[in-house]
Design a protein. Structure first.
Lengths: 320, 313
């Protein structure tokens, strides 16, 4: 039974990937100017290289043939070349992947841990001083544009106080512990911005699911059995309340990736986001296309992992 | 405050009213009930007050600030000046008053937020109504899958890529936000429609010979409308935040000053390195105020209309 559940989820993930690939194919073709004309604009591509690209992606073929070629090339890892620099797009992405994984991973993790704990405490003691405080600050943080928040933190902590560097990945190209500290100092403000920007929605989600669970019959039963408050919360309420929040946290990775583009731009953090910002300015469409593809892929995989984990965490899922 | 006794406990004879009058009477009564619950919610009223303030500001902005005051070539103040007499919030790089820019920006930001939401809600409500009404059929499966896809894919990244392809005009910004933020509305409307379509009065309408389209528009939609409205109010907040993100990335329309565009111009002028806090901070505070206000009103409405879907309380 469980195998069938996993197979269904994998099938859905593959179908979603196909949708993204198709969307990506047509996105690249609704814009003004045809793909060949755009490639030809590039000053870095030699006529031979241009011909090679046209041939590789079948750009002189009719649309359905182009689509099939596009799928084949993309699935085999060929994402084309940058219009501006002429370099291979997969290579460009590869060198920018790690900083973004570091930033988004740390930011999401911190936001999720703080958000879940504050949500548990707030929802359980609904109406208390802590709950009011955390709810209002969550709403405030939710309403704050993260790019602007990053600029604010830069003015205060990098400008006025001078505690942190104003941007970039590292100041010196050292190695070992010194280099680690250097990167960490550069990483601090962008991660803080991202974590602050998303902790609010996690608190709100976790809190409301605690409030829902609190009214369930099995909580009353546990109370009637004479269990103490902390035990009921830890063993009866939290495991049930966490499941829906878990899915929503994973779903929001897609939102956070979008936010990371702005945060990386503000802090000149050399990841995929900064690459995207440069590609927007240069109108480097193959790079933009690849960025959308890779972030969609990341979300689809994250979602699949969440679905499968959910199947193990909640046995009721199989019945659905 | 009540102008007439609510229907239901009313002893008056309503048999003289036409069905249409009766329907409107019922709607105005239910609006009255909603309003009285809404009014007792302090957060919701705070939000509404903020919205009324910014709404009036946007409406009367042409009277408060002349077009010339924000024309870069007509700017009269000293460039990049911190707050001084005559410029309570300082000036930008052209010497324009930041306060004037904020007033003008309120209009563009609200227009983008509201029209993008209108588009998103039109798409989302249509998809949700059709999908829910034909629940379980092939058309429902197709529309539901499409909705799920749009919920899963990183929609902000899609919006950014789409805006980069279409080019930075105000219409494109609105279009891009609408196309990428309808999915949540569709999912909620579908769930609501699924339960409404089994109600006896829908069956009665069908027995009386009403067609599908007429049942959806005249019988299901009015019942689902409150949920759509609550969701729309929440979507405006997301739309305004999305506009800000697009603007900061240089994808906004540089010719129509929104709060996001002001932030972007400050960013490009090196506001952080040069410490131009008076230029960069106020537009962000305006965005926070409006987004917060829409969110608080939206949560309150959601709680009234869709108690099962509780987010706060």
């Amino acid at each position: 039974m469980r195998l069938r559940y996993i197979a269904r989820k994998c099938g859905w993930a593959l179908l979603t990937l196909l949708f993204v690939l198709t969307a990506n194919f047509f996105l690249f073709r609704i814009m003004p100017g045809d793909p060949i004309g755009l490639l030809a604009r590039s000053t870095r591509l030699s006529p031979e290289a241009l011909q090679a690209q046209i041939h590789l992606f079948g750009l002189d073929q009719p649309l359905p043939a182009q689509y099939v070629t596009y799928l084949k090339q993309t699935l085999s890892g060929n994402l084309g070349v940058s219009i501006i620099s002429g370099t291979d797009v997969s290579e460009m992405l590869g060198s920018r992947l790690w900083p973004t994984v570091l930033l988004v991973g740390l930011g999401t993790l911190i936001a999720a841990v703080i958000g879940v704990f504050a949500g548990i405490k707030g929802g359980w003691t609904r109406g208390s001083g802590f709950d009011r405080g955390s709810l209002y600050s969550s709403l405030l943080l939710y309403a704050t544009p993260e790019g602007w928040l990053g600029m604010l933190l830069l003015i205060v902590f990098a400008g006025t106080l001078g505690w942190f560097p104003a941007g970039g990945y590292a100041s010196n190209s050292g190695s070992g512990a010194a280099s680690f500290g250097d990167v960490a100092r550069h990483l601090f403000l962008p991660v803080l911005t991202l974590a602050l920007g998303y902790v609010g929605s996690f608190v709100i989600v976790m809190r409301s699911s605690m409030i829902d669970v609190k009214e369930e019959d099995y909580i009353s039963t546990a109370r009637a059995k004479g269990l103490n408050d902390a035990t009921i919360r830890r063993h009866h309420a939290v495991p049930n309340a966490f499941l829906p929040s878990f899915t929503l946290i994973v779903l929001s990775v897609g939102f956070i990736l979008g936010g990371a583009i702005v945060v990386e731009t503000v802090f000149s953090w050399p990841g995929l986001g900064l690459l995207t910002y440069q590609a927007i300015k240069d109108q480097d469409y193959p790079v933009l296309q690849a960025v959308f593809l890779i972030s969609s892929g990341a979300v689809i995989v994250a979602n699949l992992i969440a679905d499968i984990a959910y199947g193990y965490l909640d046995p009721r899922v199989e019945e659905v | 405050m009540a102008t007439h006794v609510p229907l239901g406990d009313s002893p008056e004879d309503v048999s003289s009213l036409s069905p249409r009058q009766l329907a409107w009477r019922r709607r105005s009564d239910s609006f009255g009930r909603t309003w009285s619950v809404f009014r007792s919610n302090r957060q919701a009223m705070t939000g509404l007050t903020i919205l009324v303030f910014f709404g009036l500001l946007a409406l009367f902005s042409p009277l408060l600030v002349s077009v010339d005051a924000v024309d870069p070539s007509m700017a009269s103040g000293p460039p990049n000046s911190p707050p001084i007499a005559g410029y309570p919030l300082g000036t930008d790089g052209f010497g324009r008053s930041v306060l004037s820019l904020l007033v003008v920006g309120s209009r563009v930001s609200l227009i983008v937020g509201l029209t993008a939401t209108l588009g998103a809600v039109l798409i989302g409500a249509t998809v949700g109504l059709v999908s829910g009404f034909y629940g379980g059929t092939r058309i429902d499966r197709v529309l539901s899958t499409l909705t799920d896809w749009f919920l899963v894919i990183p929609w902000l990244v899609l919006a950014i890529v789409l805006a980069a392809i279409l080019g930075p005009t105000l219409l494109n910004v609105i279009l891009v936000i609408a196309v990428t933020s309808w999915a949540m509305t569709a999912r909620i409307v579908r769930a609501q429609t699924l339960s409404v379509r089994t109600l006896p009065y829908v069956e009665r309408a069908r027995a009386l010979g009403a067609g599908d389209a007429s049942i959806i528009v005249r019988h299901v939609l009015p019942n689902v409308f409150p949920v759509i409205f609550a969701q729309a109010v929440l979507t405006v907040a997301v739309a305004i935040l999305s506009e800000t993100t697009l603007a900061i990335l240089g994808l906004g329309d540089p010719t129509s000053i929104s709060w996001g565009i002001i932030i972007e111009e400050a960013f490009n002028a090196g506001a952080m390195a040069n410490g131009y806090w008076w230029w960069m901070i106020p537009p962000g505070l305006c965005i926070i105020a409006v987004t917060l206000a829409f969110t608080m009103c939206g949560y309150a409405l959601e709680e009234i209309f869709n108690p099962r879907l509780r987010r706060r309380g």
